[in-house]
Design a protein around this ligand. Structure first.
Ligand SMILES: [Zn+2]
Length: 397
């Protein structure tokens, strides 16, 4: 067996590896696999290009229903941010641990890795599956293969905890999100002869204005008071096109996103958006038959909507000692993907999303200790079969 190390020590190691989204995650995956290998079965799930790998780390009998602990290994870039200390060297100041990814979400990963010896020693009847993805920060792109591998296990897990930063509070729901890029392709020409050209900027501006109208309409559409705002939002993030005033622009690009509330008819909204794009496309083609307006999906993840009174929410609350009602979060996670695969999922982890993606990101030593304590309770309870302790408190526990 490997030697026992603390979550803070492991966090130091993980922070020192700059696993920024868009770069290979091979180094951080290798470090994690080395820590896990003495205690667990480690499966590597490389992507098609081979430069990114997801890890599925399992302890316990796979033919029994288990629990998934989910996290991502990538972090956002630090360029242009005014950091007080090196973002890739864990720095302790006043009970806080600073470094890129401390809150989002290597703190949780470190606690889970530190708990592996205890999980293994428990000789569990509830197997534990640690699912570590890549590319989460650009729209949950790396979790698909992992979720499929977990859904294909001999026994489907009965619970998933996604350890995104919630201050160790139990969160049960978030909105779903889809991001798109719209590219208008027209025909260039002299600005004095616009009738012989097709203006891509005008076409895309019209489409953008229609989307803004739709965004206003959504404010009075389906409501869910668990969220702020309580309705779906449609947001335009960027709009670029044209070069010179005296030239009809033949290209313009816009990016937008839809954040939908759980249970709403997103397919119907997608059809509305496609119909608006078709209107703009048709208008462009009156000017130039070769013109087009392309819609490309950039990223998507489904909403999470675990019921407030779900036994799984109560089970996670018992593990954390959180007695409050499970809440909702404004940001998205991979939790919606696990829920979609039929695994009841909650979000709960150390740190605060408000500190993420910024200079001087930190996690509190106290927060890591709370997460360590939750995982110690988990290590104790997995001696019982999952169905026993998730659906009700086991006798004698
Ligand atoms: Zn995250």
């Amino acid at each position: 067996m490997g030697k026992q190390v603390s979550s803070e020590e492991i966090l130091g190691k993980l922070i020192s590896i700059a696993s920024i989204t868009d770069t290979s995650n091979e180094e951080v995956v290798a470090a994690i696999a080395t820590i896990a290998a003495p205690f667990a079965r480690v499966r590597r799930l490389p992507n098609a290009g081979g430069e990114k790998t997801a890890l599925l780390i399992s302890i316990g009998p796979e033919d029994r229903p288990g629990i998934v602990l989910s996290a991502h290994t990538d972090v956002v870039a630090v360029a242009g941010q005014p950091w007080t200390s090196d973002p890739f060297r864990l720095a302790a100041r006043d009970g806080r641990l600073y470094g890129r990814g401390t809150s989002d979400m290597k703190g949780f990963v470190a606690c889970v890795l530190a708990a592996l010896p205890a999980f293994a020693a428990a000789d569990p009847q509830t197997p534990v599956h640690v699912a570590l993805s890549y590319d989460e920060e650009i729209g949950c792109k790396g979790a698909g293969d992992l979720v499929a591998a977990i859904a294909a296990l001999p026994a489907r897990p009965l619970l998933c905890i996604v350890g995104e930063p919630t201050g160790m509070k139990v969160k049960r729901a978030h909105k779903g999100k889809t991001g798109w890029r719209a590219t208008a392709l027209g025909r260039t020409g002299h600005s004095a002869l616009p009738h012989q050209a097709a203006n891509a900027v005008t076409a895309l501006a019209r489409f953008t204005a229609r989307l803004a109208d739709l965004a206003d309409e959504l404010k009075t559409g389906a409501q869910d008071s668990a969220f702020d705002p309580p309705y779906a939002t449609l947001h335009i993030g960027s709009l670029h096109g044209g070069g010179a005033l005296n030239v009809v622009p033949d290209q313009a690009v816009m990016e937008f996103e839809l954040r939908s509330i759980p249970g709403s008819d997103t397919a119907a909204l997608f059809r509305r958006i496609e119909a608006l794009a078709e209107e703009a496309r048709a208008a462009l083609r009156v000017q130039a038959p070769e013109a087009d307006l392309l819609l490309e999906e950039l990223s998507a993840y489904p909403a999470l909507a675990t019921a407030p009174d779900a036994p799984e929410a109560a089970a996670v609350a018992r593990l954390t000692g959180d007695n409050g009602a499970p809440g909702t979060i404004a940001f998205g996670t991979e939790a919606g993907l696990y829920a979609q695969a039929g695994i009841p999922t909650l979000v709960c982890g150390p740190g605060d999303i408000a500190r993420a993606h910024k200079a001087d990101e930190w996690v509190g030593r106290e927060e890591l200790a709370q997460c360590d304590a939750m995982l110690a309770r988990l290590a104790d309870i997995i001696r019982h079969p999952a169905a026993e302790w998730i659906r009700s408190e086991p006798r004698g526990a």
